[in-house]
Design a protein around this ligand. Structure first.
Ligand SMILES: Nc1nc2c(ncn2[C@@H]2O[C@H](COP(=O)(O)OP(=O)(O)O)[C@@H](O)[C@H]2O)c(=O)[nH]1
Ligand SMILES: [Mg+2]
Length: 297
């Protein structure tokens, strides 16, 4: 019997917990079962109480106090502790049937998704056949307000791509908080962010504003030696870095985004159907008879 899950990831404040809450509400409205696992030891409050909570195993506050660690070091410590106590997860998840969607609400510390091997080990533990055997997909959130700053957008996209390569599980990327950019960015322009490419850097509003301020129509000359002070101060090195990052992302051509407005039922439903497809949720469901109370009048 398979189990099904989605790991909701992304930087702090991207809207992960809000998305988890909307997803659970949506599942409930559609008479589906959710099992909500909070893995953020620094989380404070929830719209839906977690069914399993890392804070019952270890508290970030205690770790920081007792070990003298900061929030990032503390988080890594908490995850190392979780990895030594995997029974905490196994015992709670073992009895779940294929009807459940297990939702993992992750912390936002970026190091978790880039260069620390903890998350790949956790994913391997969750997905390994013979043990929990969860068919897991990753949902990586980046907030849509980043589209107004191209450098931020490409840096965020790079972190999404890094998580994708690191975890090696089905992966969807999501631009969250779409309601915040509605009306600010033209639909035509927004389309370019859905499948990012280097042409986005050509009409960077930050660059255009700089040119205006300097009264020049020329783009920054990025062929200048990046170590020269003058070139550095005029942003030439930064521009070169961004171009290189954008080219890397384009050449992999693996990243594209789905749009999310967590307060819009339709938007949450559309993303859920992508998740279901990724993990082939529906293929595994037994046909079942409706319970009496589930019949519509
Ligand atoms: N406008 C808007 N705000 C959102 C949306 N999703 C989350 N937020 C807000 O963004 C902030 C961070 O959200 P949270 O879910 O806690 O982010 P997390 O750190 O990724 O779990 C909160 O103040 C949310 O109310 C959205 O779709 N639209
Ligand atoms: Mg959260």
């Amino acid at each position: 019997m398979s189990k099904f899950g989605v790991m909701v990831m992304g930087p702090a404040g991207a809207g992960k917990s809000t998305f988890c809450a909307s997803l659970i509400t949506h599942l409930q409205l559609n008479r589906r079962s959710a099992f909500y696992v909070n893995l953020d030891p620094a989380a404070e409050s929830f719209e839906h109480a977690p069914d399993l909570d890392i804070r019952d195993l270890i508290s970030l506050e205690d770790v920081m106090e007792e070990m003298g660690l900061g929030p990032n070091g503390g988080l890594i410590y908490c995850f190392e502790f979780l990895m030594e106590n995997l029974d905490f997860l196994a015992e709670a998840l073992d009895s779940l049937t294929e009807e459940y969607l297990i939702i993992f609400d992750m912390p936002g510390q970026i190091e978790l998704y880039t260069h620390i091997p903890i998350l790949p080990s956790l994913v391997r533990f969750l997905t390994r056949s013979g043990s929990l055997d969860i068919r897991l997909c990753a949902a990586y959130l980046l907030e849509a307000t980043f589209v107004v700053d191209r450098a931020k957008f490409f840096a965020g996209t790079l972190s999404a791509m890094s998580a994708m390569i690191l975890l090696e599980i089905p992966h969807i990327n999501i631009l969250s908080k779409m309601d915040l950019v509605k009306g600010q960015v033209k639909k035509k322009d927004l389309k370019k962010f859905i499948t990012p490419d280097t042409t986005l850097l050509e009409d960077d509003p930050v660059e255009i504003a700089r040119r205006k301020a300097e009264g020049s129509s020329a783009a920054v000359d990025d062929s200048a030696n990046p170590q020269e002070r003058e070139a550095l101060m005029r942003g030439a090195s930064f521009k070169r870095l961004n171009t290189a990052v954008a080219q890397l992302i384009e050449s992999f051509s693996m990243v594209s985004y789905l749009k999310l407005d967590a307060s819009d039922e339709g938007s949450v439903g559309a993303i859920l159907s992508y998740i279901d497809d990724c993990i082939q949720f529906h293929e595994a469901q037994e046909p079942r008879e409706l319970k009496d109370e589930e019949y519509d009048e």
